[in-house]
Structure formats: structure tokens, C-alpha cells
Design a protein around this ligand. Structure first.
Ligand code: ADP
Ligand code: MG
Length: 693
């Protein structure tokens, strides 16, 4: 249960004065639904109002706070001319200028003959000095309240700075003093303020340097976030390991039989990974291993060998993919090999219904099927296994940690192998998975040729269509990827349909379309026709659907490539160039292209190394987007910046390990404080894994 001391911070933002449902919804879209989320919304700029010159010393283009006498209101003859209030001090005159003015309001706030303090940007208009729409107009006694440095926050359409600033400043009033959770010596060494002081300071920047990620208050907050992340991951990991694993000793018989049927040799990386996994399986500590390998590096085969080892030891294994199409693709790859070994495989996705589903469920619970391949349907409640011992999860970052745990709960001490094609940089790897064992497939199978990558504006569509025509004439196949349009599946489907129509008018029924809204069976039919039928151009809306293996595909067209992550582009590109012909990847961008987008796309042209690409992507885009955390429920970092705060991450990891070593159930005084930290950063699930409350 969340500690009482945090209750106020977890109130909905609509509990704040002046925040009703409409404003609340706007703020929520930018920050999140609760007060605590406002705290994480740090200023991106500031306005210094401490400069209080006389009128004649005010400099155009700067912000000034000036004490003036209100001389005369000057109502304009018509609406096109602004309302003016003439003011002065002993050095000169200042005109306050208002467009679409409300006279009553202005007369009330700026009564003729009285003294007022105004603050805003100084402008010149001809010879006159003026200020249009002052940000503040107060009486002289209140001058101190506006002669400050004001934070400026990132906004969203419809949300004004005034409203957001007030909401944040009201939420700051609710910030409690919390017990120190960080290591006291470390805090002292870093000269860090307490958490509360850090929050308040981060929202009260006094100079531009206070806005940098390296500012002391921001470092402290970043550290707290990273510490909560590292402790949460360590707890979950430990929890998984607490349940003793069971040694799975394979005989090697099935593995050898399958290797003999392969028309190629395993790469050294594959051999090493298979050995590492076999060693994990043998031990009585539960395996939690990440198999990292670029697209096409041959992970599926490694996964199969792991599963065969489990089967040799008399157990069952599952392979879970993020989408149905990928699940079926895995099935297609594995089935002939498994058949050679005399095994039965069950498939289970959202689409298996009725008789098919019943018989798959039966085969798994009775143990007739040794291997199951499928989607998240594999870990629904009704699915029971006779003897599940190994779960292989493909493209894990699309699943959440919770799902991984629920799959692990299906069997008795299930070992887990996670496969990912995103070569996750070390820092990101730590925040996403914690300290996980890794096997890496560095080399690609022999005979792969680099893909010729070109970057072109969308205006050259016609040329690209011509290029596709040439590929088709040569008997090749073409992937055509349309981007996901954010938050609108309808629009993105429409865009893909338009594209299909254009291509069909030229190439006829060789053009097929798959998109996220289609029924599974329909998708399968088209995919099958693309793999070895008469569909030669496949238009697809989602990258996920394109994760399939089609050796005849030599061209990959990606529309609005600038909207994709580099890792995604790399993964897509990895889908072609698997045959012996030279392959071409055409990255089409919408103009104008931003500087960042331009450099991202040129990285794609320059390198084929997934690891370099991932590092660059992290540099240019940030962690959340790289891992697609928003869809997956993976913790998103709001305060820490993995580039600037890499050293803090290392410290947080070490501290987390040390702390949990000394106080595994977080019962000491510091342990209790850490629990509060975990709740503060909404890592509730981790706390639930602790032994005592
Ligand atoms: P990944 O899942 O890592 O993207 P896959 O496991 O799908 O890669 O393998 C891609 C292709 O390479 C498959 O067609 C597979 O049969 C083939 N392959 C796997 N290992 C080797 C190897 N050692 N030599 C040649 N081809 C291989
Ligand atoms: Mg694969």
C-alpha cells in the first residue's frame, strides 16, 4: 500500500484549485493525471523579472519590471487600433498596449492617477517605448511578488503558461518532507539537497544553467528516479530467482539431430550462445538471459536449440512472439526442424478458437506437444502446461515485465530467454532490464550482402515506383511500409489504402495490403501470397507485420522514414538482402526535414551495424522512443537522461545492489525510505514482490 505521506501527491490534478475537468484533461495530456506528475514536469526556460529600470533605461527586447504612474487611458476609435494606457515616471513615458482590450478590466487594474508596477517585454514603436500585454500589473506594495525569476514550462495546444504554472506551483505546496532514501555518504559527497529541496529548486531556476540536466537539483532527481528503477528491477529479478530453478540436463540427442539437417554451419556466435544457454539450463538457478542479435543473425535457431535442450530433459518449452504473424513465421521456421526431431508443436494465438484451440490446449496439458509457439495467448489463465520449463520471448521490449512474470508463473521454476533484435546500449539495457545475463550474436551468417540504402524525398515517388517495376520484372519482391500515424489508426490505414490503390493502378493484383485492422486469417492469406504466391508488392502499415522472412524480397520502400526510430528502420532493412541478389532500401522522407531527422537518416546510409545505430538513436531521440516504452508499460524515465546521467545510473545500480544485499526485504530505516521512493516513482509492483510489508 502506498504510504500515507504520499497521499496528497497522488491526488488527481483536478483536486487543484483552478483545475477543472477541461483544464485537467489538457494538463494531463502533457504531464500525467496526478499531482506527482506535475513535479516531474520540469521547466524548460525562465523569465528573469528582477531587472527594474527607470523607463529611460529600459532596453527594447528585454523583460523589465517598471514602476509607473498611470496617466491616461486612450480608447481607440476602432477595433483595429490597440487600446493604449499612457504611463510615465520621472525619466520618460511608457505606453501599455492592448489588443482586443476589455476597457472595464483595464480601468479597474490601471486606474488613472495611481501608481502601478508592470512587468513584461520592452518594445519600441517609432520613438515611443511600449509594453504590450504586460505579464503582470500589480500595486506597488506587491512588487516583491513579481520581481522574481519565473520558470517557463513546456506546453501543449490549448494550455497556457499561466494556467500550467499556477497548477504546478500549487502542487509544489503539497510536496512533503520525505525520509532520505539515498546513501547518506553519497549524497554528502555530491553536495545534494534533500529530495524535497531538489524538487523545489528544480522548479525555481535562477539562471539558465539551472535548466541543464547537469544542474545539481536535476541530478539529484535523476538519481532518485534511476535508483527507484534499479531497485525495482533488482527486486523483480531476485524474486524470479528466489524460486529455485531446476536443472535441465539435455542429452544433446535432439540438438544434434537437428544440426545435422541444417544446410549451413552455425556461426561462432550461435555456438557460443547455445553453450551459454545450455549451461544456464543445467544449473539450479533460474535462467534470465537476453539473447541480443541483429536482424538476421539467426536468433530463432538458437531459441530452438534451447527449447530442444529443455525437451531432451523431459520438459516443455514455449516461444512467444509479439504478433500473430511473427508467431506463425516462427512456427513455419521451426516446424520442419522439429519434425526432423520427431516433436509435436502446438500453436496458440488469439485466433485459435473452437476445435483447434481445444486440441492445442489439450496437447499442452497432456504433454503431447513438447513445444508451443504463439502470442500472449500462451499465458492466458486457461492455458495449462504439463511440464513447462523454458519460455523464450521474442522481441521482449514489446511486452511488459509483468507479462514476463505471468508466463514464468505458468510452470515450475521456468527459465526465461528473451530475444531482441534491438541492440540495446548498455545504459538502456540496465534501466530496462537491470543486470541481465546476455548472449550476443555479433556476426551474421556467411554470405549476407550489405543493403544499398538511399534517402529520397517523397516527391520522387514516381521514380521509386519505376524502380519497383524493375525489381518485379527481375522476379523480385517489394516491401512497401507506410508509417503509423500517431494516435490514428484510421488515418494510417487510409494512407496505406491510398498507396495500395496507386500501386495497383500500375501493377495490378500483384499488390497486397496488410494493416493492423485486418482479421488474422485475412492477413495470413496475404502474407502467404507474398511469401510464395502471386503478391509481389506488400504494402504494410505496421512495422510489426513486416518482421517476416521473405528471401525473394530485394526492395524495401519506407515512406516517411523520418517518423520511424532508427532501430525500427534497421530492423525493417534487415528483412531484405537475405537472398543472393543485391538489395535496395529506399528511405523516403517528407519535406522539410529537420536537422535531427536528416542526421538520423544519414546514419542509416552510413552504417549497417545495429549497435552503432542504436547508440545514435539513443543519442538523438531518447530512451523512451527507442524501446517503445510507451506501448509496452516499460518504465519511462522522466527525469534522468541516459546520456548526461550515465555515471548516476552506474552509481544507482551499485547502490541498489549493495542495499538489497544488506537489507533484502527493505525493512531497515533506510529500507523503509526506499519503499517510499518506489511508491513515489510508481514502482508498486516491485514492492509487492518483497517478503514483508
Ligand atoms: P533473427 O531472428 O535473428 O532475425 P533468424 O533466426 O530469423 O534471424 O534467421 C534468419 C535467417 O538466417 C533464417 O532464414 C535462418 O534459417 C538463417 N540462418 C540462421 N542461422 C544461419 C547460419 N548459421 N548460416 C546461414 N543461415 C542461417
Ligand atoms: Mg527472428
Amino acid at each position: 500500500m502506498r504510504p500515507e505521506i504520499l497521499y496528497d501527491l497522488f491526488k488527481p490534478i483536478t483536486a487543484l484549485k483552478g483545475v477543472g475537468p477541461r483544464i485537467g484533461a489538457l494538463i494531463e495530456r502533457r504531464t500525467g493525471p496526478r499531482l506527482v506528475h506535475l513535479l516531474w514536469h520540469l521547466p524548460s526556460g525562465l523569465v528573469d523579472r528582477r531587472h527594474a529600470p527607470k523607463i529611460s533605461n529600459a532596453i527594447a527586447g528585454t523583460v523589465a519590471t517598471i514602476t509607473v504612474r498611470v496617466d491616461k487611458h486612450h480608447k481607440p476609435p476602432n477595433k483595429r487600433v490597440p487600446y493604449k494606457v499612457l504611463c510615465s515616471d520621472e525619466t520618460g513615458t511608457l505606453n501599455l498596449v492592448f489588443f482586443h482590450a476589455h476597457e472595464d478590466y483595464l480601468r479597474k487594474n490601471l486606474p488613472e492617477g495611481e501608481t502601478r508596477v508592470v512587468s513584461g517585454q520592452i518594445e519600441t514603436f517609432g520613438d515611443a517605448i511600449q509594453m504590450s500585454h504586460p505579464d503582470h500589473m500589480v500595486e506597488e506594495v506587491d512588487i516583491a511578488s513579481i520581481m522574481t525569476v519565473e520558470p517557463l514550462y513546456p506546453l501543449t495546444t490549448g494550455l497556457t503558461m499561466r494556467v500550467l504554472t499556477r497548477a504546478i506551483s500549487n502542487s509544489l505546496k503539497e510536496v512533503p518532507v520525505l525520509p532520505e532514501w539515498a546513501d547518506a555518504t553519497y549524497v554528502a559527497k555530491q553536495k545534494w539537497p534533500s529530495w524535497r529541496d531538489a524538487v523545489l529548486a528544480a522548479h525555481a531556476p535562477q539562471a539558465l544553467t539551472d535548466l541543464e540536466p547537469s544542474a545539481i537539483a536535476r541530478c539529484r532527481l535523476a538519481y532518485d528516479e534511476l535508483l527507484s528503477n534499479q531497485i525495482a528491477l533488482a527486486i523483480i529479478r531476485k524474486h524470479m530467482r528466489q524460486v529455485k530453478g531446476r536443472p535441465l540436463r539435455g542429452t544433446g540427442a535432439l540438438v544434434q539431430r537437428v544440426i545435422k539437417t541444417l544446410p549451413f554451419n552455425l556461426t561462432n556466435g550461435q555456438k557460443a550462445a547455445i553453450d551459454e544457454i545450455r549451461e544456464d539450463l543445467c544449473s539450479d538457478v533460474r535462467m534470465l538471459r537476453l539473447l541480443q542479435g541483429d536482424v538476421g543473425s539467426g536468433k530463432t535457431l538458437v531459441a530452438l536449440m534451447a527449447m530442444l535442450t529443455a525437451v531432451e530433459a523431459g520438459a516443455q518449452a514455449v516461444l512467444m512472439a509479439p504478433t500473430e504473424i511473427l508467431a506463425r513465421q516462427h512456427l513455419a521456421t521451426i516446424t520442419p526442424l522439429a519434425k526432423a526431431a520427431g516433436l509435436q508443436i502446438a500453436i496458440l494465438t488469439g485466433r485459435e478458437r473452437g476445435k483447434n484451440r481445444t486440441s492445442a490446449l489439450d496437447a499442452l496439458v497432456k504433454g503431447r506437444a513438447q513445444i508451443a509457439v504463439g502470442t500472449h495467448a500462451l499465458f492466458q489463465d486457461e492455458v495449462k502446461y504439463k511440464n513447462l520449463a523454458l519460455a523464450v520471448i521474442d522481441e521482449q521490449h514489446r511486452f511488459g515485465v509483468h507479462q514476463r512474470l505471468s508466463l514464468a508463473a505458468k510452470g515450475n521454476a521456468v527459465d526465461t530467454l528473451v530475444m531482441t533484435a534491438t541492440p540495446i546500449p548498455r545504459t538502456l539495457m540496465l534501466t530496462a532490464y537491470g543486470d541481465m545475463d546476455t548472449s550476443r550474436l555479433k556476426e551474421k551468417p556467411a554470405g549476407r550482402k550489405p543493403v544499398d540504402t538511399r534517402v529520397l524525398p517523397l516527391e520522387r515517388l514516381e521514380q521509386i515506383v519505376d524502380a519497383c517495376g524493375r525489381a518485379l520484372d527481375a522476379g523480385d519482391k517489394v516491401f512497401w511500409v507506410c508509417p503509423l500515424i500517431e494516435e490514428s489508426e484510421t488515418l494510417d490505414v487510409a494512407a496505406a489504402e491510398d498507396r495500395q490503390a496507386v500501386l495497383t493502378s500500375r501493377f495490378g493484383d500483384q499488390v497486397g495490403l496488410v494493416h493492423g485492422r485486418m482479421k488474422g486469417a485475412e492477413k495470413d492469406k496475404i502474407m502467404a501470397a507474398f511469401v510464395d504466391g502471386n503478391v509481389n508488392i506488400l504494402v504494410a502499415t505496421t512495422v510489426i507485420e513486416v518482421g517476416v522472412d521473405v528471401p525473394a524480397a530485394t526492395v524495401m520502400v519506407i515512406e516517411h522514414a523520418e517518423r520511424f526510430g532508427l532501430a525500427q528502420l534497421h530492423q525493417l532493412r534487415g528483412r531484405i538482402g537475405r537472398g543472393n541478389k543485391l538489395a535496395t532500401c529506399l528511405l523516403m522522407y517528407g519535406s522539410p526535414l529537420t536537422e535531427t531527422a536528416r542526421s538520423r537518416l544519414s546514419i542509416m546510409r552510413e552504417t549497417d551495424d545495429g549497435f552503432i545505430i542504436a547508440e545514435k538513436d539513443l543519442e538523438l531521440r531518447g530512451a523512451g522512443e527507442l524501446l517503445g516504452t510507451r506501448q509496452s508499460g516499460m518504465p519511462e524515465l522522466r527525469l534522468a537522461d541516459l546520456q548526461t546521467h550515465a555515471d548516476l545510473l552506474a552509481a544507482a545500480r551499485d547502490d541498489a545492489a549493495l542495499l538489497l544485499n544488506k537489507d533484502p526485504d527493505l525493512t531497515s530505516e533506510r529500507g523503509q525510505a526506499v519503499r517510499t521512493l518506489l511508491y513515489l516513482f510508481e514502482r508498486d509492483a516491485a514492492v509487492r514482490n518483497l517478503r514483508s510489508g
